[in-house]
Design a protein around this ligand. Structure first.
Ligand code: PMP
Length: 477
């Protein structure tokens, strides 16, 4: 790839200016002067191509500065599980602010952090019961790798510092989390990264090199790739394995049931900590509170964020069991690691309210009731010649686009760019659907709508995709 960095993760690269008197134009120009967008090609925006400015949300819909309505098909950034405009969540934050604006969790505690830790402990699989708060997902992963390193050191396992993760996976952008992340374009500008990154293949059954006819056998084979990596590197050097229950980057790679059970056994056998990165998957996204309840495993560490507050405040968490916490519970030691804002009282109050709503309004039940309908609605798009694979779980689906359904020939480089950035992204957006086009692996379109979405919403998504994919299939790329 050389030193030239290209980023191929697109939600939108702008909207064409129709009228300079539109409110969006003024905002866009001011944003171009003073605001640095995250993960964005800022040069793509100019006086003719505006930054979309979202000003308001209501349920599953958001509205831009010109009043145009969009379906929030990616839940913000996998965050807005309960949709927009829940003033009861705002009231919980306001009440907390009136009571105690802020106090750190550095040698103090406050009631909302304690209550939220208790609540999380009651929802996690197995014995995970101790919560270390962060402000987001990358920080949770950074914390988990550091915790794993110190944990091993404290137990006399002095050489366990390496971390295993899967190809194409995204785990955050701070230097440690970026080392766990496997996306070349994101890593390259910042090298050298933290020593000790070991990579194994992503669980991509659609492009399986082995056991392409047997999902469960494929899962075992994939798990053994992790074992081989452990043995190759030396088990005494591996601190942790980081895996998402369903991998986001690359397009919703959902494993078979055999995978997680085998991975769990392998990690236990070699004394490696199993970290389940549930920054996207937790809190109902895949139809369960946590990945362990869907795939029947108990990790050593769960990292989570995003849906924990349904997008109403920033918060992340690393959750471990007393087994992992034990070396740290003596009087003369500490995990010297923390963030000022971690476990902010307002964020904890918001999270408690969001989790209460998830439970009381049976939101995860809604996901479970509709997940197969969602799946089948997307499967039905396979009559369009460029729809190759449909994969995922719950309310988290990826559609891989191919040149040829039989050979699975893919688009790469400029062709993928022309397909996704040149056509699919703008056309989907123009029809009022926000989703993600992504060719960090093979070209995929990803959907992660709010968990309150109905079958009507799913019909809207499928309808837009049908029009756009049909149009794309007629392009001569
Ligand atoms: N892990 C996963 C699986 C993610 O999807 C993300 C963010 N998309 C992160 C970690 C990083 O989270 P944050 O942006 O909150 O740091």
């Amino acid at each position: 790839m050389g030193d030239q960095v290209t980023l191929h993760e697109t939600i939108t690269d702008g909207i064409t200016v129709t009228d300079e008197r539109h409110a969006s134009h003024n905002y866009s120009e001011r944003a171009r002067r003073n605001l640095w967008l995250q993960m964005s090609r800022m040069g793509a925006y100019n006086e003719h191509n505006e930054i979309p400015i979202m000003v308001r949300g209501e349920g599953t819909r958001v509205y831009d500065a010109n009043g145009t309505e969009y379906f929030d098909g990616l839940s913000g950034l996998f965050t807005n599980a309960l949709g927009h405009g829940r003033t009861d969540i705002g009231e919980a934050a306001a009440k907390q602010i009136g009571e105690l604006a802020f106090f750190p969790l550095w040698t103090y505690a406050h009631p909302r952090a304690i209550e939220l830790a208790e609540r999380l402990a009651s929802l996690t699989p197995g014995d995970l019961n101790r919560v270390f708060f962060t402000t987001g997902g990358g920080e949770a992963n950074e914390s988990a790798w550091k915790l794993a390193r110190q944990y091993h050191k404290m137990r006399g396992d002095l050489d366990r510092y390496k971390v295993i993760s899967r190809d194409v996976a995204y785990h955050g952008t701070t230097l440690g989390a970026l080392t766990i992340t496997s996306l070349e374009a994101y890593r390259k500008p910042f090298e050298p990264l933290v020593p000790g990154a070991v990579k194994v293949p992503a669980v991509n059954f659609y492009r399986a090199e082995q056991h392409g006819d047997d999902f469960e056998a494929f899962g075992l084979w994939q798990a053994h790739q992790i074992e081989e990596a452990i043995l190759r590197e030396g088990p005494e050097t591996i601190a942790a394995v980081f895996l998402e229950p369903v991998q986001n980057a690359g397009g919703c790679f959902a494993p078979p049931q055999s995978y997680w059970k085998e991975v769990r056994e392998i990690c236990t056998r070699y004394g490696v900590l199993l970290v389940s990165d549930e920054v996207i998957c937790a809190f109902g996204r895949i139809g369960t509170w946590f990945g362990g309840q869907k795939y029947d495993y108990v990790p050593d560490i769960i990292t989570c964020a995003k849906g924990i507050t349904a997008g109403y405040a920033p918060l992340g968490a690393m959750i471990v069991s007393d087994r992992i916490a034990e070396p740290f519970l003596h009087d003369d030691v500490a995990f010297f690691h923390g963030f000022t804002w971690a476990g902010h009282p307002s964020s904890c109050a918001v999270a408690l309210k969001a989790l209460e709503i998830l439970e009381n309004e049976k939101v995860i039940e809604n996901v479970r009731a509709n997940q197969e309908y969602f799946h089948q609605s997307l499967e039905a798009l396979k009559d369009i010649p460029i729809v190759g694979d449909v994969r995922g779980a719950g309310y988290f689906w990826g559609i891989e686009l191919v040149k040829d359904q039989v050979t699975k020939e893919t688009w790469a480089g400029d062709d993928a760019e022309r397909l996704l950035r040149g056509y699919v992204s703008p056309e989907v957006f123009r029809r009022g659907l926000i989703c993600r086009s992504d060719d960090r692996g093979d070209p995929v379109v990803q959907l992660a709508p709010p968990l309150i979405s109905t079958r009507e919403d799913i019909d809207f998504i499928a309808g837009v995709l049908r029009e756009v994919f049909t149009g794309a299939s007629k392009l001569n790329i």
